[in-house]
Write a protein that binds this ligand. Structure first.
Ligand SMILES: [Fe+2]
Length: 375
């Protein structure tokens, strides 16, 4: 990981070190028009690098993005991938590395059906350049892609998907508008908190999660209020990477509620998490009281001598207040999610694997109740 304002200038070096001669740069149409792209293009041109470009990544990436980018990769004889953007572009870059190395439909690589065994590599080197502070995909080993024929997202997982280099340059995130800074930042917050409460035993990840939570609590609001605050932007990038490292021990019910909202209604992933999280915390109040009490302390609440469940209640309130201060709507109805869709969403949320490590087991009915609570 290369971190710091101006770190993007190390991109040519990163390509050389990873053995890439002709990269396919994968990004989305928004980035293409933004200053970020011009900056990256200038860094590469200055060192006489030529690259191929795929810039059609959807906000929630779909199978077709991976297939089209893969075709371009082969046609233009590329030998490595740069993922430039939010989690979507980086996830597509990772899936392209799988796509161009192995035959067969993308669904065959789905983790749930043992697809990771079919990802034998070697894969093209991946260099990740995030322009948001949220998913932490730059330090993750999975890629989440929507498969229209299945009507849901699949997770492609393999240690080989871990990017060889991640360039964390906070200057690349300054143009992210306040609402997207808030949404992606709450995704990072949710990763850290849900990792902390996951039923998997991994105290090292717990320590990382607590560190990530502390940074998010300290800097997210600042980054939302002043997009040019490089210190806040930088620490949010680190908090996002920490969240993704921590969630090696998996997530919880907020992510299961969020995934169908994106798949069915294209809702921004971090926004969906942010709206669901306080309700999930209330649901987990007793099961996760200790972890929530630690989160409450990070919010600056004096929890000394306070029973864990009471501190947990204070943490729920603190998250609700943070959401409000950074402009997150409180309810799904404000995001035009129709009430009659909730049973279908609950069915899909139950099929999602994230809730399997939620500290309190969830039935489909529990998930429906949670949707109703936040509708
Ligand atoms: Fe997430």
């Amino acid at each position: 990981m290369i971190f710091g304002p101006g770190a993007i200038r190390t991109l040519p070096e990163c390509l050389e070190e990873t053995g890439i001669k002709k990269p396919l740069l994968v990004t989305d149409p928004g980035i293409l028009k933004a200053d970020v792209f011009a900056k990256v293009d200038a860094v590469l041109k200055e060192k006489n690098w030529t690259y191929s470009l795929f810039s059609d990544v959807h906000p929630n990436p779909v199978e077709e993005d991976v297939e089209s980018a893969g075709k371009r990769y082969h046609a233009e004889k590329c030998d490595g991938v740069i993922g430039l953007g939010g989690g979507s572009a980086i996830d597509v870059a990772k899936a392209v590395a799988v796509r161009v190395a192995h035959d067969g439909p993308l669904t065959g690589f789905e983790a749930q059906v043992g697809g990771y065994k079919r990802i034998t590599g070697p894969l093209a080197p991946i260099v990740a350049v995030p322009t948001t502070a949220g998913t932490g995909s730059e330090v993750g080993r999975s890629s989440v892609i929507m498969i229209p024929a299945l009507g849901r997202k699949i997770i492609i997982f393999s240690p080989l998907l871990l990017p060889r280099r991640a360039i964390l340059d906070p200057e690349l995130t300054v143009g992210l508008p306040p609402h997207l800074t808030a949404y992606t930042g709450m995704d990072a917050f949710t990763h850290n908190l849900e990792s902390l409460t996951s039923t998997e035993f991994h105290p090292i990840c717990d320590a990382v999660a607590l560190g990530g939570l502390e940074l998010t609590i300290r800097y997210l609001e600042r980054a939302v209020q002043n997009g040019g605050d490089i210190e806040a932007r930088g620490y949010m990038m680190i908090a996002a990477s920490m969240g993704a490292m921590a969630f090696q021990k998996d997530l919880g019910a907020a992510h299961s509620l969020a995934h169908p909202l994106s798949a069915e209604f294209g809702m921004q992933h971090g926004l969906a998490n942010a709206i669901g999280l306080p309700a999930v915390m209330r649901f987990n109040r007793t099961a996760a009281a200790k972890a929530y009490a630690r989160a409450a302390a990070l919010f600056g609440i004096d929890t000394f001598g306070m029973p864990d469940e009471k501190a947990a209640d204070r943490a729920v309130q603190a998250v609700t207040d943070l959401n409000r201060r950074i402009g997150i709507p409180a309810r799904l109805r404000e995001c035009r999610i129709p009430e009659e869709s909730l049973p279908k969403l609950a069915k899909k949320a139950f099929e999602d694997s994230c809730h399997l490590t939620n500290p309190r087991p969830c039935s489909e009915e529990d998930l429906l109740n949670l949707y109703q609570e936040i509708w």
